[in-house]
Design a protein around this ligand. Structure first.
Ligand code: GLU
Length: 337
């Protein structure tokens, strides 16, 4: 299989993981990603990141599409509309990932690792801030890719050998960034032998082959970016531009709790909230307006400018979009997931 990259100017993507309901924090990040592409007349691809079989729920895929459409976002390519770079569901893209991994093996950029199961199991999911594990001590780093057959039936994973040095990029939102991946987990997993890729490898292969030229996502994925840049280099692909949207916190300063109905898009939708009201609040939070005027995402395309996005966390207060309407549900506190 040939893995050819054709970058498409302005092409962006929305990449939800179908692991639970989307909340206003996701909505804000997706709105920014969508506006950034539409501002440049670029295509938007919707990709479902369902590789983590232990967390992905089939009904959550359909729900994510409904949530995003309710918000007023659209996409030119995706699992429901097709497109030239499909399939748009990661669990259907195994052949692509296998080929990318084969290239890394052939170039001796990865080695077989027989270390802990838990570490390996976690690798299919995007590592959000709290999931970053300790630095890999290099236990299996003495092996080469060519040593794999000698392991026989022993289960193992493929680990990418991180070269020394800092990896830098000019973040579209946070400005110049430089991180040494060796100090951030070190050699990282790219796949389990015979069982599919890690998040890091899948997302790089997908963004490259879908022609994405700008990745906008939450800033809890900043630590993934240097790893992904190393993979782009190792695979001979041009990296996209990256922009990381600052975190959303609740009025208590803590990460939004997904269980809180007042922030979950599905709950807001079912209770009859006018999505234009939420979009107005989000647009204001992105520095596009001083007021939260009810509006559709498309109303902000001309005014959109990433430079106006505040670099501090956004404090989301449900009162802003709920007001005192009849659908108000008391906020359920607790949980920080
Ligand atoms: N699917 C990932 C998540 O929902 C996002 C990955 C990315 O944007 O690179 O956490």
């Amino acid at each position: 299989m040939e893995l050819r990259q054709h970058v498409r100017p302005g092409c962006g993507r929305l990449a939800p993981s179908p692991t639970g309901g989307l909340h206003v924090g996701h909505a804000r990040t997706f709105l920014v990603a969508w506006l950034a592409s539409r501002r440049e007349d670029g295509p938007v691809a919707l990709r479902i990141e369902d590789l983590d079989a232990t967390r992905a729920r089939p009904e959550a895929t359909a729900a994510a599409l409904v949530d995003l459409r309710w918000l007023g976002l659209d996409w030119d390519e995706g699992p429901d509309v097709g497109g030239p770079r499909g399939p748009y569901v990661q669990s259907e893209r195994r052949a692509v990932y296998d080929e990318a991994l084969a290239r890394l093996k052939a170039a001796e950029r990865v080695y077989p690792c027989t270390c802990t199961r838990a570490d390996i199991e976690r690798a299919a999911s995007a590592p959000h801030a709290e999931d970053e594990g300790p630095t890999y001590p290099g236990t299996c780093a003495h092996r080469s890719a060519a040593d794999a057959p000698a392991l026989g039936d022993r289960p193992f994973a493929w680990r990418f050998r991180v070269p020394p040095g800092e990896v830098g990029w000019d973040d579209l939102i946070l400005g110049p960034r430089s991180i040494d991946p060796a100090r951030l987990g070190g050699d990282f997993l790219v796949g389990r032998n015979g069982q599919g890729p890690s998040y890091q490898l899948a997302v790089v292969a997908d963004d490259a082959l879908m022609g994405v030229d700008r990745v906008i996502r939450g800033d809890d994925l900043v630590p993934s970016t240097p790893r992904q840049l190393l993979l782009y280099r190792a695979l001979g692909w041009e990296p996209p531009r990256f922009g990381h949207v600052p975190l959303v916190v609740g009025p208590d300063g803590r990460r939004l709790a997904k269980r809180d109905g007042s922030i979950k898009l599905a709950t807001l939708r079912e209770r009859g909230l006018d999505p234009r009201r939420l979009v107005g609040v989000l647009a204001r939070s992105c520095g596009l307006s001083d007021e939260a005027a009810p509006s559709a995402p498309g109303d902000w395309v001309d005014a959109f400018d990433l430079a106006r996005l505040p670099r501090e966390p956004w404090t989301a207060s449900a009162d802003d979009w709920l007001g005192s309407g009849p659908f108000v549900e008391p906020a359920v506190s607790g949980g920080n997931s």
